[in-house]
Design a protein around this ligand. Sequence first.
Ligand code: 5FU
Length: 272
Amino acid sequence: GVQTRSYGQRARNAKNPAAKTLLDTMERKKTNLAVSVDVTKSEDLLAIIDAVGPYVCLIKTHIDIVEDFDSTLIAKLQNLERKHDFIYFEDRKFADIGNTVALQYSSGVYKIASWSHITNAHVVPGPSIIKGLASIGLPLGRGLLLLAEMSTAGSLATGSYTEAAVELARQNQDFVIGFIAQRRMEGLGAGPEEASDEDFLILTPGIGLESQGDSMGQQYRTPRTAVLESGSDIIIVGRGIYGSDPKAIDAISGKARRYMEEGWKAYVERLV
Ligand code: 5FU
């Protein structure tokens, strides 16, 4: 069933530092909104994050799409994190052998582990991908999400593949804090009556109030459907917030506030 414990209660039980910070932030700011800022100029990236910052618990990045990236961008992202009280999720979708993903996570141009509190991985390679990422992330207090499902039409991440992702998470609860999924999967501890102390976050992309999808397979559902009906903990919204004009900063703030209100209303309804 859907998760019926409050974010605050779950924060108190969380053992992973990134999960704990995220849940505490959600409770404190009263938001389950993550904004995915998929723009290619660092100036736009920073301006949008500054505009949506008051309304989010989490900012999701694809740092490798920024055309004018340089290492000073990271310090600027961290200034916004302090100003607005949220954390970062680099949506890297690692998918290689343990040794390679450890290098991709720690090194190269982006040094993801040094600034991103949360990242994610496909489970195609099996348990070794978690071992590789944990070797870098655990000492830094980072958290990992596993891709259990995707929002796209015709996704192959279904059925026994999704179940295998849940099993891998259960075996690595110190580092794996949850899933990218469209719903809270069957059998995940959910209510106060559950004896199990396992707790996984469900983060759901493919959220939009206006559009049904795009021309490349993306499919949208509403915050209410995701949080109330499907038991998602965090809604991830991208173009629904900045899509019509990435320069229209006031409109972007207004939309972020609206998604925050929709997401929180659905969560409050779920609690009772
Ligand atoms: F894992 C997934 C998924 O299943 N669907 C997604 O859409 C990730 N995403 C990401 O969420 C995708 O890479 C985008 O960064 C974001 C959705 O953006 P949108 O503009 O709200 O469609």
